[in-house]
Design a binder for this molecule. Sequence first.
Ligand code: TYM
Length: 329
Amino acid sequence: MQTVVSGIRPTGNLHLGNYFGAVKNFLRMQNEYNCYFFIADYHSLTTHPTPENLHNNVKQVLAEYLACGLDPEKSTIYIQSDVPAVAEMALLMSMNAYLGELERTTSFKDKARQQPDNVNAGLLNYPVLMACDILIHRADKVPVGKDQEQNLEMTRKFANRFNHMYKQDYFKIPQSFNYGEALVKIPGLDGSGKMGKSEGNGIFLVDEPKPLRKKVMSAVTDSGPTEPNSPVSEPVQNLFTLMEVVSTPDTLQFFKDKYASCEIRYGDLKKQLAEDIILFNTPIREKIEDIKANTVYLNKVVNMGREKAQESAEKTLRDIREIIGIKHF
Ligand code: TYM
């Protein structure tokens, strides 16, 4: 059976981008593959969270994963720092990762621009640790959104380099994966770019109906189409893209037709979009609080996950130490 690995940084609540870019695939994959889904708490340290924030966010994301329908009986759900073997592997793999290629990644350049006072070595080494998250379980498939494509390319590069350097066929070359074929990019409400946790443009699974309606109603649009079948601007296309994932095909078509005939009222489109998001997120939101309150259950899930993830990771680490030449006399 093929192996699947994917992770999410615990830097805030899950938003629709996380859900439709990644988690939706997890729900189906857990029935078909040997899956490892983890909370990437080491990765989140690049932004220097306070200890309380880090701890609370890990708990929150775990509760959100479970409320979405991830099943700890079917897949291995774990916290990255519960598997320190990944940190040793990242040390070993970093010896074959070069400064130039790490500096050139778009995520490093973006982060260096966003947090110029905190361009730490963890940010630079991010793709190495991420590659190890994946390679440590010798994954075949990695369900992620489009924003992670470059990190996956780096993972393949590091895997190939290791195989080549040690003349082994040890690592499989993992592929990014989405059931709909093309990787997904869910846009935000601010007219351009992807939905993100820190961009202030996100719709979260925990959003209550009232503030959610307000958020959607204030989404950026344009002054409206002036002639039939005029091209759709990016902010309006973004609203259609959101509708594509939460609304019925008929609803989407209705508003596209209205746009094509210049009869569209963006207020109506936003109202409909908000109601469809509320229908989608309400059952999940209601479960999150219950699960979060159940510490006994959360601990059970974490313990189960830790044991299974450690077993798989430690086996790989033993193998690669041996391949590298770290062995007993
Ligand atoms: P993160 O925490 O930013 O996001 C988690 C997952 O959500 C997807 N995603 C999106 N998909 C579509 N549209 C969006 N607007 C959007 N925003 C987020 C991401 O693609 C991701 O799948 N580096 C990773 C975490 C990570 C990881 C890994 C993932 C660490 N190690 C190993 C896979 C395998 C990250 O920052 O994702």
